[in-house]
Design a protein around this ligand. Structure first.
Ligand SMILES: C[S@@+](CC[C@H](N)C(=O)[O-])C[C@H]1O[C@@H](n2cnc3c(N)ncnc32)[C@H](O)[C@@H]1O
Length: 222
């Protein structure tokens, strides 16, 4: 059992949350061949879903090259090489020219820079009337909604994921799998060490459900 095989399992369960990526995408008007920037794409579960949902060109950026390598493999397997690319870059220093994108998508990454700073700094990358879609933790939704206007956007829509979504779709099934692996590898101390790390992550999600609740914000540059 390797870290890679666990990452694959995590991606598999992460895909169960793609229904919310689809819901957010459907709140946008229909755009012809949009240019999309996926900020903090990781191994690209939402990136691949965006490629399925749109006929556009997508660039996924992330600081972690090994996650981008995984996404590169998926892009090839899914036949998206002509229109989906990855670029290793920090979300603090995005070097694309102004007004490069019709849509910026950021799931689980804006907390790194902060909601307000992310909104302000990424705005220049959007074409006039372009869209920014952020999936972020649920804490301080009302503050965030106020910041959207003051940062130069209008709110198109927002929605909260059901309170138990991360548990029922992701952490719960992941915990069952981790327990199965625990049995299978009960005599392999290295594997057990790896599994312990993931069980700790699951336990944290169990003990802090609010910290693992999340919301989508669909914004338009004004
Ligand atoms: C919670 S993961 C989300 C991955 C993917 N968007 C998803 O929803 O499945 C956050 C991602 O942000 C990336 N990240 C963290 N800090 C970053 C930075 N300074 N620049 C670029 N990416 C960063 C991490 O490497 C990770 O892939």
């Amino acid at each position: 059992m390797t870290e890679d095989s666990i990452a694959e399992i995590k991606d598999h369960f992460r895909e169960r949350l793609n229904k919310y990526t689809r819901k957010a995408f459907q709140m946008l008007p229909k755009l012809e061949k949009p240019r999309i920037l996926d900020i903090g794409c990781g191994s690209g579960v939402p990136t691949i879903e965006l490629a399925n949902l749109s006929d556009g060109e997508i660039i996924g950026i992330d600081i972690n090259q090994s996650l981008l390598d995984k996404l590169d493999r998926k892009i090839e397997e899914e036949g998206f090489s002509s229109r989906v690319k990855t670029v290793k870059c920090s979300l603090f220093k995005i070097n694309f020219p102004d007004e490069s994108f019709d849509i910026i998508w950021a799931e689980g990454s804006i907390w790194t820079i902060g909601f307000e700073k992310g909104l302000r700094e990424w705005r220049r990358l959007l074409k006039p009337n372009g869209f920014l879609v952020v999936h972020d933790e649920i804490k301080t939704v009302s503050n965030k909604l106020k910041k959207i206007t003051s940062c130069g956007y209008k709110l198109v829509n927002h929605f909260l994921l059901p309170e138990d979504a991360w548990w029922t779709e992701y952490y719960g099934p992941f915990e069952i799998r981790v327990k199965e692996l625990h049995m299978k590898y009960k005599n392999d101390s290295e594997a057990l060490k790896t599994l312990k790390k993931y069980q700790n992550e699951i336990d944290m999600a169990k003990s802090d459900p609010e910290g693992h609740s999340s919301a989508f914000y669909i914004m338009q540059k004004s």
